[in-house]
Design a protein around this ligand. Structure first.
Ligand SMILES: Cc1cc2nc3c(=O)[nH]c(=O)nc-3n(C[C@H](O)[C@H](O)[C@H](O)COP(=O)(O)OP(=O)(O)OC[C@H]3O[C@@H](n4cnc5c(N)ncnc54)[C@H](O)[C@@H]3O)c2cc1C
Length: 540
């Protein structure tokens, strides 16, 4: 038992039991406390000799002021001093400028009925935020919202006669093609012996929704949940306040108002006049200045009609380290050696043996590639449809930037739709949207015009990532149940690196370069059935 535990009175122990998972071991979790108090408690570690339980009693549990008089039941019902935690944060954050304490507590924030463009802006945040978003594979998007209208972003900034007709046309096409596509998918992939009706229906529905998601415009409303720490939220709010889309700037205020109710101390500065507003102004000013310097293609007076494309994504490896093997091997040996890194890099070693030793024993993709693999870096430029980008953008352990979503790079028609003779309906809906997009670019400017662009249109972005993240991304995103569009991108990324560094990718054994499943969700749904059966819930 830790020394301080022995010094707790019976009343104190009873009180602490409510807030700590145990009162006498050296490892315990906090519970039943407001986020702000949890964070403030942890931040006290750096400035006190006391144990955390002692700090909790002395500084935050108001009953702790007069424990001798209180009985255990009365003490346990006492309020926790959240005001003290707030005050502490204000002192540390503003007084000492120690921003990292704002990472010690977090919040779950639901953000609903926002466009896909706004969702991407939220998900651009990487460190300290975990998002989860409504899927275009499992949820159909053509159901009217509470206002009886199709679910896409509208706002005064988008008041233009071309906007709503173009977007309504896309949702009409999505809704009217869905039954036909579902029929074709079910004809092409009939239920198999031993397969449950539930599994078959789910797998075929997912495939139909995957095939049609290219019709959804970037304005399509989605729901997402964000879990994050205070510091990450603070920066996200400041970035949103600087965004060029009014929808994002509006979200900054809405999100701030809600977060201020649960973690006020952490987000107090995000939009204020002293810190947040000048930081946002700096971000916006910088963006405008750099944009003013960036060369752009001269646009044709009458833009070409977007060309349908079935060539798939273009994936170019634009940069890689020539001496990556040497760096990776030196980094792998470093913690086991007493030589400086530079000296290790000059040593003659058996590269294959070192790579085999650090990565050869991987039995599945969750056996991570070693940290030494972060010493090799690759830059890819990728052109693929916005649907594929939307999925791949979610990787955070890399550096990425996209160009504006537009219609100049053409769009993809899923091969199945073409084979089933449904290309004309699909193509005419996206081309009508593309025509509206051109008008909106002219009248409203390209940032707002992005809302009208369907997910089938192609977009250019870069990824700069390490070999370690390449293992992760390619092994995860080539799995056969994945969407064929992002699978193809991940396969191409892997092939490009294999061309230049075959030995470094030799242990990425769980990259699947095969053609994929004919019905991507079939195997997964069967696994779900097996689990349901184990739980006694049968799927038939
Ligand atoms: C088949 C499939 C279906 C999906 N369906 C949905 C869906 O319906 N909705 C949806 O929103 N998303 C969905 N996703 C996206 C998924 O939730 C992830 O955002 C995405 O796959 C990125 O994976 P990652 O976090 O492992 O990778 P990265 O962000 O690249 O991170 C690499 C690794 O770093 C570590 N890491 C990174 N950040 C953190 C962190 N904050 N905390 C702890 N560890 C971290 C993890 O080990 C992680 O695996 C789906 C993905 C797949 C493959």
């Amino acid at each position: 038992m830790p020394a301080d535990a022995a010094q707790l009175s019976a009343v104190e122990r009873a009180l602490l039991a409510r807030y700590c998972t145990n009162v006498d071991r050296r490892v315990f979790a906090l519970r039943n406390l407001p986020e702000v108090v949890r964070g403030a408690l942890f931040s006290r570690y750096s400035r006190t000799e006391k144990s955390l339980r002692r700090v909790l009693l002395d500084e935050f549990l108001t009953a702790g002021l007069d424990l001798a008089a209180a009985d255990a039941a009365e003490a346990a019902a006492s309020p926790v001093d959240a005001a003290r935690a707030e005050e502490f944060y204000a002192r540390v954050l503003v007084g000492y400028g120690d921003d990292s304490v704002a990472e010690l507590a977090g919040a779950h924030l639901a953000v609903e009925r926002v466009s896909n463009l706004a969702a991407k802006a939220l998900e651009d945040a990487r460190i300290g935020l975990s998002p989860l978003e409504k899927s275009t594979r499992y949820v159909r998007f053509d159901r009217p919202g509470p206002d009886g209208r199709m679910p896409y972003h509208r706002g005064p900034e988008l008041a233009h006669p071309a906007y709503e007709p173009a977007l309504d046309g896309l949702f009409d096409a999505y809704g009217s093609l869905l039954p036909a596509v579902l029929d074709r998918v079910r004809e092409a992939h009939p239920i198999e012996a031993g397969e449950t009706e539930r599994a078959w229906r789910s797998a075929t529905r997912a495939r139909a929704l995957d095939l049609l998601r290219g019709l959804l415009p970037a304005a399509t409303l989605t729901n997402l949940g964000l879990y994050g720490n205070g510091r990450a939220f603070e920066y996200l709010l400041t970035k949103l306040a600087a965004a060029d889309l009014p929808e994002c700037r509006g979200l900054a205020g809405e999100m701030h108002a809600e977060l201020a109710q649960v973690i006020p101390a952490f987000v107090g500065r995000a939009l204020d006049e002293r810190y947040g507003a000048p930081a946002a102004a700096h971000l916006a000013r910088t963006r405008r200045r750099v944009a003013g310097l960036a060369p752009r293609r001269v646009r044709a007076a009458v833009p070409d009609r977007p060309a349908p494309s079935r060539v798939g994504a273009e994936v170019r490896l634009v940069e890689h380290d020539r001496d990556a093997e040497r760096r990776v091997v030196a980094a792998a040996l470093f913690p086991h050696s007493d030589l400086p890194l530079a000296e290790l890099a000059g040593h003659e070693v058996d590269v294959d043996a070192v790579l085999e030793a650090v990565a050869g024993g991987r039995a599945n993709r969750r056996h991570r590639a070693p940290r030494a693999f972060e010493h090799a870096q690759y830059t890819f430029e990728i052109t693929a449809n916005f649907g594929a980008y939307r999925d791949l953008q979610r990787h955070r352990m890399l550096t990425q930037e996209r160009q504006a979503l537009g219609t100049d790079l053409g769009y993809d028609v899923p091969p199945d739709l073409a084979a089933w003779g449904l290309e004309p309906s699909f193509g005419s809906a996206v081309e009508r949207a593309a025509e509206a997009h051109q008008v909106l670019v002219r009248d409203l400017g390209w940032p707002l015009a992005q809302y009208a662009v369907p997910l089938a249109f192609r977009l250019r972005w870069y990824f700069r990532l390490s070999l370690r993240e390449l293992y992760h991304l390619c092994e995860l995103r080539t799995s056969p149940q994945g969407h064929p569009d992002y699978r193809h991108v991940a396969q191409e990324m892997f092939r490009r690196v294999r061309e230049v560094h075959p030995r470094l990718v030799a242990h990425a054994r769980f990259v699947d370069l095969g053609p994929g499943e004919e019905l991507e969700r079939r195997a997964s749904e069967r696994r779900i059935d097996r689990r349901l059966a184990e739980l006694g819930e049968g799927g038939r």
